[in-house]
Design a protein around this ligand. Sequence first.
Ligand SMILES: [Zn+2]
Length: 55
Amino acid sequence: MWTCERCGAAVEPGDPARLAWSVEREPDGRESALCPACAREHVRDIEARLPREWW
Ligand SMILES: [Zn+2]
Protein backbone atom coordinates (compact mmCIF):
# COMPACT_ATOMS: atom_id res chain seq x y z
CA MET A 1 0.00 0.00 0.00
CA TRP A 2 1.14 3.52 -0.73
CA THR A 3 0.32 6.39 1.61
CA CYS A 4 0.46 9.97 0.41
CA GLU A 5 3.25 11.82 2.18
CA ARG A 6 1.23 15.02 2.39
CA CYS A 7 -2.43 14.17 3.01
CA GLY A 8 -2.23 10.57 4.16
CA ALA A 9 -4.48 9.20 1.42
CA ALA A 10 -3.86 5.52 0.78
CA VAL A 11 -4.14 3.32 -2.28
CA GLU A 12 -4.08 -0.45 -2.33
CA PRO A 13 -1.88 -2.57 -4.55
CA GLY A 14 -3.74 -3.43 -7.74
CA ASP A 15 -5.94 -0.35 -7.56
CA PRO A 16 -5.99 1.29 -11.01
CA ALA A 17 -5.79 4.67 -9.24
CA ARG A 18 -2.12 3.90 -8.58
CA LEU A 19 -1.40 4.77 -12.19
CA ALA A 20 -2.07 8.42 -11.39
CA TRP A 21 0.11 8.49 -8.28
CA SER A 22 3.58 9.97 -8.29
CA VAL A 23 6.06 7.64 -6.64
CA GLU A 24 9.78 8.14 -6.38
CA ARG A 25 12.32 5.73 -5.02
CA GLU A 26 14.66 7.40 -2.59
CA PRO A 27 18.39 6.60 -2.52
CA ASP A 28 17.81 4.62 0.69
CA GLY A 29 15.23 2.42 -1.06
CA ARG A 30 12.23 4.04 0.59
CA GLU A 31 9.31 4.87 -1.70
CA SER A 32 7.93 8.37 -1.48
CA ALA A 33 4.35 8.53 -2.76
CA LEU A 34 2.05 11.44 -3.52
CA CYS A 35 -1.63 11.12 -4.41
CA PRO A 36 -2.66 12.73 -7.73
CA ALA A 37 -4.02 15.87 -6.08
CA CYS A 38 -0.88 16.51 -4.03
CA ALA A 39 1.40 15.61 -6.91
CA ARG A 40 -0.29 18.24 -9.05
CA GLU A 41 0.03 20.88 -6.34
CA HIS A 42 3.63 20.14 -5.67
CA VAL A 43 5.03 19.22 -9.03
CA ARG A 44 7.09 22.42 -8.99
CA ASP A 45 8.51 21.66 -5.56
CA ILE A 46 9.37 18.17 -6.66
CA GLU A 47 11.12 19.42 -9.77
CA ALA A 48 13.00 22.09 -7.85
CA ARG A 49 14.25 19.67 -5.24
CA LEU A 50 16.55 17.62 -7.38
CA PRO A 51 17.98 14.40 -6.06
CA ARG A 52 21.30 14.86 -4.34
CA GLU A 53 23.17 12.85 -6.92
CA TRP A 54 22.48 15.69 -9.36
CA TRP A 55 24.34 18.28 -7.29
ZN1 LIG B 1 -2.19 13.60 -1.04
